[in-house]
Ligand binder design. Structure first.
Ligand SMILES: [Cu+2]
Length: 371
């Protein structure tokens, strides 16, 4: 009788105790990839749009070098993903936040291993089925280093992951559109955007790789941001050059009644503090409920009231989630559609809040232009 290649671990502790702690582990059950990214570690100074220059740590690929956030990784449900990390300086990991691969491929250092040489993370985002609340990985995620995590993420070792749905013949897509999830709404590819609030404490950017890891108090419990940024922009354009990818210009949207597919905005809070987003008229005074929440943390909002039946997207069940204000915390993601009521200009006000006092530390205003 041949022995099973699978080893059953009875607990997480037993599993993690059986792993090498650091090095270049082999990927078990390695298969050919459909999407493969080489993610090299780099540190460099970057100049931001407020004129400040900071030392940043980030991942870069062959195609996209020296950008912050680290490059967008995009794939379709059911594809075999490979992300090979080569830290070069010190040990790092890549954690696939919200995707939930098996523990070896989830990149949480203290429950598996840290990578000082290289390692290929392998996972497959699950294929979604229409009307099924329990399948499908399409949505917005992010990846980040999970070694000395608060410091390494603050230093810039993170980037977005977008998983697109498979196309179900029952839910075809019109030209120039995609669906946010398998039976989700169509959106306009051209204007799809990502917004990533992030703030920066310059004191942290003077620390070294292992600061605080040996029990010494280096003050990583004090995050006192002095610089505030709204990263991202339209995905089809991507980062236009090296350096920080910061929102330039306005978001674009289709006014209600024009028949055009709406703009999808992916929100990823890379700030350690909560963020409020307010949608208002051009003057910034009157709230305009024009944001439709369709997914949260990679999970579509569905009507699950019939436990034995279908779970349609909540918008198709007659209860779309329309709002003028979104409040969200660290690492949260929301996918929203923009539905401006008429052509013209609108304002998105992004407030970065203090986590205890909720005082507004910084406000960034974005114009939304509706045609
Ligand atoms: Cu790291």
């Amino acid at each position: 009788m041949s022995e099973s290649p699978h080893h059953l671990y009875r607990s997480q502790v037993e599993f993690s105790s059986d792993q090498i702690q650091e090095g270049s582990p082999e990927t078990e059950f390695l298969e050919d990839a459909d999407q493969s990214y080489e993610l090299d570690f780099r540190s460099d100074d970057m100049e931001f749009d407020d004129g400040a220059e900071h030392e940043m740590w980030f991942f870069e690929t062959d195609e996209i070098e020296k950008t912050f956030p680290s490059p967008l990784l995009r794939l379709t449900e059911g594809e075999i993903f490979h992300g090979t990390v080569s830290p070069s300086k010190g040990a790092h990991t890549i954690h696939w936040h919200g995707i939930e691969p098996d523990p070896r491929n989830d990149g949480v250092g203290h429950t598996s291993f840290v990578v000082s040489g290289h390692y290929t993370y392998q996972w497959v985002p699950e294929i979604g089925h229409s009307g099924d609340a329990n399948s499908g990985a399409a949505g917005t995620y992010f990846y980040h280093c999970h070694v000395n995590t608060p410091l390494h993420v603050q230093m810039g070792m993170f980037g977005p992951v977008v998983i697109d749905p498979v196309v179900d013949p029952k839910y075809p897509v019109r030209p120039n559109t995609r669906r946010a999830f398998v039976d989700g709404p169509e959106y306009d590819i051209d204007t799809e955007a990502i917004l990533i609030p992030y703030s920066l404490d310059p004191r942290w950017h003077e620390m070294n790789h292992a600061a605080g890891l040996s029990g010494e108090d280096v003050g990583l419990d004090r995050f006192e941001p002095e610089h505030f940024y709204l990263l991202g922009g339209e995905l089809a354009k991507g980062p236009e050059d090296e350096g920080p990818w910061q929102l330039r210009g306005a978001l674009r949207a289709k006014a209600a009644g024009t028949g055009g597919a709406p703009t999808l905005v992916r929100l990823l809070n890379a700030n350690y503090f909560p963020v409020d987003m307010h949608f208002t008229d051009a003057a910034g005074t009157t709230p305009v409920p024009m944001a439709e929440l369709i997914s949260h943390d990679g999970r579509p909002f569905r009507d699950t009231s019939d436990p034995l039946g279908e779970s349609p997207p909540i918008r198709d069940a007659g209860s779309p989630l329309i709002t003028s204000i979104i409040n969200f915390g660290a690492a949260e993601r929301y996918d929203i559609l923009l539905h401006p009521p008429a052509a013209g200009k609108y304002t998105l006000k992004v407030d970065l809040l203090h986590w205890i006092t909720e005082a507004i530390l910084f406000t960034r205003v974005v114009t939304i232009t509706a045609e």
